[in-house]
Design a protein around this ligand. Structure first.
Ligand code: SAH
Length: 250
């Protein structure tokens, strides 16, 4: 298996593939205003196995298109949505977030929890904007500095991993300069990282190494996540995921 295949394998049995929670998803949805309109259309981009997709489907009456590059995650989501009787509301789409087969103005809302970084925050906003109808919404969670300065070690780590990491003030500026008006912002709690993402992930390390026969690459994947978790525990007051909810105004 390649490194990316191993990363998928490590995450496949988790409820989420990044920090977040049902409460965070609902908070963001409430900021948009819960829509019971059966014609409401939402695209959930980088949906993974659908932690947030299922919550959205349980609280909306409309249609959700759940997009991911990796079909393994979509298979998981399809299985779960069937079990919950939500298959009529969720359609999965195997596509890349930077090459979407959507029509201009097709969606009332575009949703992305912990995935826009793959394209980059500004590029993602600019590309996805055309698919949102005038007055529609964008809801994004994105790694964000929570203070104006920070220790060198964590600054270097995240700047290397994701050069676009920034403060919420600068992220909001990017939304505004691209024709969006901020509706709300909040930061994810430590529980959304530790209880909902890191702990379930750590509980998979043993099974993952065993089924992948302790190869050097499998050990490296686990070590990389261990280091990321250690850094989070050491420096969590300096960064989190910010949830940005914005309305398309131009
Ligand atoms: N929203 C989920 C998953 C976040 S992890 C959650 O919060 O739990 C990021 C997701 O983006 C993964 O599921 C990964 O498979 C997906 N992804 C990676 N590259 C992608 C691309 N180019 N296009 C679409 N999805 C992609």
């Amino acid at each position: 298996m390649s490194e990316i295949e191993l990363i998928i394998d490590l995450h496949i049995d988790s409820r989420r593939q990044g920090p977040g929670s049902e409460k965070d998803t609902l908070n963001a949805l409430n900021l948009i205003g819960l829509s019971l309109d059966p014609e409401f259309k939402l695209a959930d981009i980088g949906c993974g196995s659908g932690g947030q997709t299922l919550t959205l489907a349980q609280n909306l009456n409309g249609h959700i298109t759940a997009v991911d590059l990796f079909p393994q995650f979509l298979d998981e989501l399809n299985e779960k949505s069937k079990k919950l009787g939500l298959e009529g509301k969720i359609k999965t789409l195997n596509a890349s977030m930077d090459n979407l087969p959507f029509k201009p103005g097709e969606f009332d809302a575009i949703w992305s929890e912990g995935s826009i970084y793959i394209m980059g925050f500004e590029k993602g906003i600019q590309y996805w904007k055309e698919f949102i109808k005038e007055g529609g919404h964008l809801a994004l969670s994105e790694i964000t500095w929570t203070t104006n300065s920070r220790p060198q070690e964590i600054n270097d780590f995240w700047t290397r991993e994701y050069p676009e990491i920034d403060t919420s003030a600068n992220k909001i500026k990017i939304l505004e300069s691209n024709g969006f008006s901020l509706v709300g912002y909040f930061t994810l709690s430590e529980d959304s990282w530790i209880e909902n993402y890191y702990k379930p992930l750590e509980s998979q390390f043993g099974h993952f190494l065993k089924r992948n026969e302790n190869t050097d690459l499998a050990k490296k994947v686990v070590q990389d996540y261990r280091s990321e978790i250690e850094l989070y525990m050491k420096y969590k007051e300096y960064y989190s995921y910010g949830f940005y909810i914005a309305k398309k105004t131009e």
